[in-house]
Design a protein around this ligand. Structure first.
Ligand code: CS2
Ligand code: MG
Length: 429
């Protein structure tokens, strides 16, 4: 008892006597897994998994400014126990890596698991000859609404940047501006359409003043509404820089300009602090780009303290785990708004688009252009048109990595900037 050929019903076998290495279907063994680190425009860590039938899948494992920690976790601890496993068992491999490690969660672990999970979805799609979104329940919409990043040195500069994004067809735009009196501000590009979050060398130091910021931001949005009218969805990122009562004041003062969302108003370690913000303002709140698991999201979602959950495929355990977060969010009227800055590689971007297209409670997707070198190294089937994106219909994720070209862009250590108050005190960002 225990052996069964294809098509044998479960009623014919004793599950207790069933050898664990034999499934009802033949397996597709993982024969190779490698980490590829490259820097075409910025650093990226990519996991490439190959199966016995020659199909390969890609997963993004980039943790901005801490890339090599994930590389080590994958190469030294995950890959050795991945080889020989059945690539078709995506959920089981996820649980094996999560529960089996004993040490759970955290960005390094969850980026590593995400990379494996994403690569396995890519493989499954290719093996079945369908785009990943078809495996996730199919399209729930025709395309994915994205927002672009407009930023300027001052208000008029930012008005111009928003106008440029509108010309490019964007239907939703995030607006950030330099603040008069502060030398530099994170999130403001230098003469480009977008900014690069990390820079070479030691972390750049930005100066911060909450007073200047709180007085300035409502003026920025008043001006933007005057210029662009009431209908353009506008977003703003606070980068975790306020206390709850300051954030409440900002949310309240922005109400006349009805933002699509106000992002990361406070650092989200103390999640009950969002209750205070909620008591004071109806400005919608988006949080979660630094979260790694459903447990990080749980309180904010279940208490309906946020409107959009920002977890990304790469940082929160891959497509499988993100779907669970989305399902929890759906119960509480919270919609998704995945993080999509340039440190999410095109592999992550593609995975996000398959996810976005399929989940019912999708809200919006962040989209920041990658550098041209990045797009040359990672060819992809996703596309942008008229403010919307689509993952394309190539089997799997629809992204590939030109390894020969990637090897021409070796890793360069780079860091995110830090933020200090005018008196030199370290501050959040
Ligand atoms: C930002 C990012 O895209 C965003 O909303 O917060 O610039 C973020 O700071 C970086 O992606 C961090 O790696
Ligand atoms: Mg952000």
């Amino acid at each position: 008892m225990g052996q069964a050929s294809h098509g044998t019903g479960i009623g014919f076998v004793s599950l207790l006597g069933w050898p664990r290495d034999k499934g009802f279907l033949s397996t597709m063994k993982i024969t190779d897994a490698r980490v590829i680190v490259c820097s075409p425009g910025r650093n990226f860590v990519t996991l490439k998994i190959t199966t016995e039938d020659g199909i390969h899948g890609l997963g993004d494992a980039t943790l901005n400014g801490r890339e090599l920690a994930v590389t080590g976790y994958l190469s030294d601890h995950v890959i050795p126990i991945l080889i020989g496993r059945d690539a078709r068992r995506i959920e089981d491999i996820w649980q094996y890596l999560y529960k089996g490690a004993y040490w759970r969660r955290g960005p390094v672990t969850m980026c590593s698991i995400a990379a494996v999970d994403t690569a396995l979805w890519d493989i499954k799609g290719k093996a079945l000859n369908v785009p990943v979104y078809q495996l996730l329940g199919g399209a729930s919409r025709d395309g994915v609404l994205v927002y672009g990043h407009a930023s300027g040195q001052d208000i008029e500069d930012t008005v111009q940047a928003v106008a440029e994004y509108r010309k490019l067809g964007y239907k939703a735009i995030r607006a950030q501006s330099g603040i008069p009196g502060l030398q530099s501000t994170y999130g403001v590009g230098r003469g480009k359409m977008y900014y690069e979050p990390a820079e070479k060398g030691a972390p750049v130091e930005n100066a911060w003043s909450t007073d200047l910021y709180l007085n300035f931001v409502p003026r920025l949005f008043e001006r933007l509404r005057k210029e662009f009218g009431e209908d353009l969805p506008l977003l703003h990122d606070v980068h975790h820089r306020l206390t709850p009562i300051e954030a409440a004041r900002l949310g309240k003062s922005l109400e006349p300009f009805h933002l699509f969302w106000l992002e990361d108003p406070v650092p989200a370690e103390l999640q009950e602090s969002l209750r205070l913000i909620r008591q004071h303002t109806t400005t919608p709140i988006a949080i979660g780009e630094v979260f790694n698991s459903i447990y990080d999201c749980q309180q904010l979602i279940q208490e309906q303290l946020i409107d959009y959950i920002r977890t990304a495929v790469v940082h929160a355990g891959g497509i499988s785990h993100l779907r669970k977060i989305a399902s929890l969010a759906e119960l509480y009227h919270v919609r998704t708004g995945c993080h999509g800055a340039t440190d999410m590689s095109p592999v992550c971007m593609a995975a996000a688009l398959h996810f976005d297209l399929s989940v019912h409670n999708f809200g919006i997707q962040e989209y920041m252009h990658h550098a041209e070198e990045t797009d040359r190294v990672f060819s992809h089937s996703y596309s942008f048109s008229d403010g919307m994106m689509h993952p394309g219909d190539a089997p799997g994720l629809g992204v590939d990595l030109d390894e020969a070209l990637a090897s021409k862009y070796p890793y360069r250590r780079a860091y995110l900037p830090i933020n200090r108050k005018l008196d030199g005190t370290m501050h959040s960002w």
